[in-house]
Design a protein around this ligand. Sequence first.
Ligand SMILES: O=C(CO)[C@@H](O)[C@H](O)COP(=O)(O)O
Length: 230
Amino acid sequence: MATLADYGPEVRAEVKQVREVVATLHEQLIKWNLVVWTAGNVSQRLHTADLMVIKPSGLRYEYLTPSSMVVCDLDGNVVDGAEAPSSDTASHAYIYRHMPDVYGVVHTHSTYATAWAATGQNIPCGLTMMGDEFGGPVPVGPFRLIGSEAIGEGVVETLKKYPKSPAVLMQNHGPFTIGKDAEAAVKAAAMTEEVAHTMWAAKQLGDIIPISQEDIDSLNDRYTNVYGQH
Ligand SMILES: O=C(CO)[C@@H](O)[C@H](O)COP(=O)(O)O
């Protein structure tokens, strides 16, 4: 099995940088109230080699450091790190192998998104923000047991049906989000929780007013191509 020493200086330099990024982004999961105790995980794929950096399993967030992040290949084998990698490593690896534009994956158990997952309901697209961020509803994925690539398969198969969504609510489990890097996937996790909360509150008040698909597409197009600094 390869070790990090088998890779060149460019790869080792990227590993160092990505370890820092991934360790620091776990602080954002706490800041946005997306995880409790040791639940949840962040990973980022490298550009210089078929490797990813992921959280160690079951370590409390306050003990996470760049050096405790685990480097794995895209089959989930450990290439560098003293700790055992996240329980969801094989699923993150599956997503990277099957979605070549994805360089960040995040899993949380954020409260409202996970409540929708427990009921097996898509979050309906009733907010302009959802048109922007998700291009439609936030979809529910199938129930899958933890510990293999089965969750990753469920995420990928669900996103084939909802290609604009950066999030899947795995049934009875919680959100898995993707992005062009780990920061984008963390943002998607925060946005998922925000809309899950608002749409839950809206349901308590009455019926959701749907937004037409044409308007959703227009919102998503503007947000993707015009919004922000270009
Ligand atoms: O729910 C799950 C497993 O999918 C995880 O979020 C655990 O709660 C945290 O697992 P580690 O990443 O610490 O192994």
